[in-house]
Design a protein. Structure first.
Length: 82
């Protein structure tokens, strides 16, 4: 199973969208400065998750979410599912 996730920085409130098979380990990487793209926003928390059976489907969804480039849409998505 693959996971699409949205992280929110507790420091600057920015969002990060990604996918990974082992979500817990990936969050640890984001919070330990191993992920160059997110080290400036540490600490991060998971605010949204979707699950997919295949890597292909997860990548398609990740790309769609990233292409939205809408903070409003991301906030609505998080609020609807939480």
């Amino acid at each position: 199973m693959y996971h699409i996730y949205i992280l929110q920085s507790e420091k600057n409130k920015k969002y990060y969208i990604g996918y990974k098979k082992v979500l817990k380990r990936r969050l640890e990487e984001h919070n330990s400065k191993h992920a160059k793209s997110t080290k400036s926003g540490i600490p991060w928390k998971i605010v949204y998750v979707e699950n997919y059976q295949t890597k292909h489907d997860a990548i398609i969804r990740e790309n769609k979410l990233k292409s939205m480039k809408s903070k409003k849409y991301i906030k609505e998505l998080i609020n609807v599912h939480n």
